[in-house]
Design a protein around this ligand. Structure first.
Ligand code: G3H
Length: 541
């Protein structure tokens, strides 16, 4: 098949879409979860169009897959009051519940979430154009993450179910919730990255306001009933509407104790500043990144190319961890680019349900035009698109472009493209990429490609103090989920991992007393009566 035929194959007639991947019907979301009720919304709605286009009588159109409520500040404030009431200054049923009971609620939730797997996976694919295989992986990884979170919390609780005695003082130290959490996830991992903050936040006893990402909203709809039935009233509340309309008032209220956002540093900055009591606000943020790869003259070029392809083009480059700048030593640049061209050309592009496809249409409406603009700007400043068909656009689809040589005058040098462009910067002196990383406003990860151990060793020490993960001869990535995931500068605040997230959404509290006979008796009696969930030696098996 020629490139053009393949490109034309991206636009299909609806009846040719395999039955197994179709949504059962238009998903018109009519309800949202607030204060324990699924409330019917009859106001304005937002129509959801898939990045997948079809031929219609009116020409080529994005397929409409449904709609969701566009609520107002009023509904958002009601949801905030519900979350505040459920938290009740730490006195609510949920924040005072025993850890084992909270775990049971989350376990029930997972069972119900699994019942919705088929529709959630399809919605993931239709809403953001992620391949069916990767959408399934995202669902499964999320479920595994929840189970791992439960196990990690059991461990934390087991360690806390004993007393510590120091300098004549006896104490029981546990982790306590922080309050009301405002949780917002990203469109690229709308399920996984939302749940890796949402689940730890609730399991630690916080109550929640949850705003689904702009693309990747509907897939949460089938799980609302599970949220409603598995958690006490007001623990999980959903808010819908334009972020810039409904979120500022929530922050200005001062009632949000934790902001957790996986998104842009610009939005995070603006929101944090709206809170009237900055010191009371915790922020757990996963933000922009512009991870670099440094391919030295001593690199295994084939390996570096393989990892560059994975790192910069998985899910069309729409990963915060994606490799977004590739420094290649001048002496091997030609060979590297030649091999990279070959490997990129082998990638299959098409519709997300097709077997073996890795490149798919993009969900953000203005994205192909933005990427094209980056390419035109780079060309103006001396770069060339090195691969055949690089940068070709077909409606919502953008074919990967390899740009070379990239320099500091180009926007792509510092802007996070979050899409399928691979900018290659040649260097002579290793100090050049190091200086780039130092000057960058981002500081998430870096990938180093070299077989020279002395060279790697000399790079590791300066770079671990610039970014939060140095990857040797492999792409940047978040996983495994037990590893700390964070960043410096504008790339993150707080650390996520199965265990770290539990810490991030809680604070250590302790009950302490002088070790007198009277106090020993008081403590023993409280423990024996099981009247306190905090002062307790119950052990979770
Ligand atoms: O968007 C950023 C994600 O956290 C990246 O996760 O490295 O597993 O794709 P990943």
């Amino acid at each position: 098949m020629t490139f053009q035929e393949q490109l034309d194959g991206l636009i299909v007639e609806k009846h040719t879409i395999p039955e197994a991947f179709l949504l059962p019907a238009l998903i018109n979301q009519k309800t949202y979860l607030s204060d324990g009720e699924l409330i019917t919304w009859d106001g304005p709605t937002h129509e959801v169009f898939s990045p997948i286009c079809i031929k219609t009588a009116n020409g080529i159109e994005r397929i409409k897959i449904g709609s969701y409520p566009v609520c107002t500040e009023k509904e958002a404030k009601i949801a905030l009051d519900a979350a505040s009431k459920a938290y009740n200054d730490g006195r609510g049923e949920w924040p005072t519940m025993s850890v084992s009971e909270r775990i049971k609620c989350v376990e029930n939730f997972v069972v119900k979430m699994l019942e919705q797997k088929s529709i959630v996976v399809k919605l993931l694919m239709w809403e953001i154009g992620k391949t069916y295989a990767d959408s399934e992986k995202e669902f499964d990884r999320t479920v595994e993450y929840i189970y791992a979170t439960i196990e990690a919390l059991k461990d934390i609780d087991r360690d806390s179910s004993r007393f510590t005695i120091e300098q004549g003082i006896v104490a029981q130290i546990r982790r306590s919730p922080l309050g009301v959490v405002l949780c917002m996830g990203p469109f690229n991992y709308p399920l996984n990255e939302t749940f890796t903050t949402l689940i730890p936040a609730i399991i630690m006893g916080n109550t929640l306001l949850f705003k689904a990402p702009k693309h990747g909203t509907l897939l949460h709809y089938p799980m609302l009933e599970a949220f409603k039935s598995c958690f006490p009233k007001g623990v999980v509340n959903t808010i819908y509407g334009r972020g810039n309309v409904i979120i500022p008032a929530l922050m200005e209220s001062g009632k949000i104790n934790v902001l957790t956002l996986i998104g842009s540093s610009k939005v995070a900055n603006q929101l944090k500043k709206l809170h009237p009591k900055v010191n009371r606000l915790r922020a757990i943020l996963g933000l922009d990144a512009k991870n670099a790869a440094i391919v030295s003259k001593d690199a295994d070029i084939a390996l570096a190319v393989k990892e560059t392809v994975l790192g910069s083009l998985s899910f069309n480059g729409q990963r915060c961890t994606a490799l977004k700048t590739i420094f290649v030593h001048q002496s091997i640049a030609n060979e590297f680019i030649e091999l990279l061209n070959e490997q990129v050309a082998k990638l299959q592009f098409g519709l997300p349900w097709e077997k073996g496809v890795t490149l798919t249409p993009l969900p953000e409406p203005g994205k192909p035009a933005y990427l094209n603009d980056l390419i035109e700007d780079a060309k103006l400043h001396g770069a060339t698109v090195m691969n055949e068909n690089g940068g070709t656009i077909k409606e919502t689809f953008f074919y990967p472009a390899i740009l070379f040589p990239v320099n500091h005058k180009m926007k792509i040098y510092s802007e996070e493209q979050f899409g399928p462009i691979i900018p290659i910067i040649p260097f002579d002196d290793i100090e050049e990429p190091i200086q780039y990383i130092i000057a960058s406003t981002h500081g998430q990860q870096v990938s180093l490609f070299s077989q020279n151990k002395a060279e790697l060793a000399s790079l590791i020490d300066p770079l671990v103090n610039q970014v939060s993960r140095v990857n040797i001869n492999c792409q940047c990535q978040r996983g495994p989920d037990s590893f700390p995931f964070t960043g410096r500068k504008d790339s993150a605040e707080g650390t996520l991992s199965v265990v770290d997230a539990l810490r991030s959404f809680s604070i250590r509290s302790l009950v302490a007393a002088k070790l007198t006979d009277e106090n020993k008796e008081i403590i023993n009696d409280i423990v024996a009566s099981h009247d306190s969930n905090f002062l307790s030696t119950k052990f979770i098996f």
